[in-house]
Design a protein around this ligand. Structure first.
Ligand code: NI
Length: 136
């Protein structure tokens, strides 16, 4: 028997989408306004879902205070109020799309969880656009 518990979080960050191997024309064609050289911001909303058995001693899948702390340390401290392209070394060479930010968040949190717990990250870049990653 496995259950899923989730916690919401958010962070604000700026980014620019471009491929340094492409011409300015091609970058504008593919990324449009997101290629603005002066960057632009998003209010990212995040849902972190952890699936696993209920621990017989605690009654928890995971202590939500611990999950809150992990999200703060692994996501908010690294990304909140940052320029993703300039301030986060993982995005020096990787385009900071919602997809790649979602993978970054998954990888950072996954290393902090017990191996019997599964993780799924849902990242909203806008209220209507969101991406999910569960390591598959
Ligand atoms: Ni954007």
């Amino acid at each position: 028997m496995k259950l899923t518990v989730s916690r919401k979080a958010h962070f604000n960050a700026a980014h620019r989408l471009y491929n340094s191997k492409w011409s300015e024309d091609k970058n504008n064609q593919v990324f449009g306004k997101c290629n603005n050289p002066n960057f632009h911001g998003h209010n990212y909303e995040l849902i972190v879902s952890v699936t696993g058995p209920v621990n017989s001693e605690t009654g928890y899948v995971i202590d939500m205070a611990l999950l809150k702390q992990i999200i703060k340390q692994e996501v908010e401290n690294n990304l909140d109020h940052k320029n993703l392209n300039l301030d986060v070394k993982e995005f020096e060479s990787v385009n900071p799309t919602a997809e790649n930010i979602c993978i970054y968040i998954y990888n950072n949190i996954k290393t902090r969880l017990d191996s019997n717990l599964d993780l799924e990250i849902t990242l909203y870049e806008t209220p209507r656009n969101f991406v999910k990653y569960s390591g598959i």
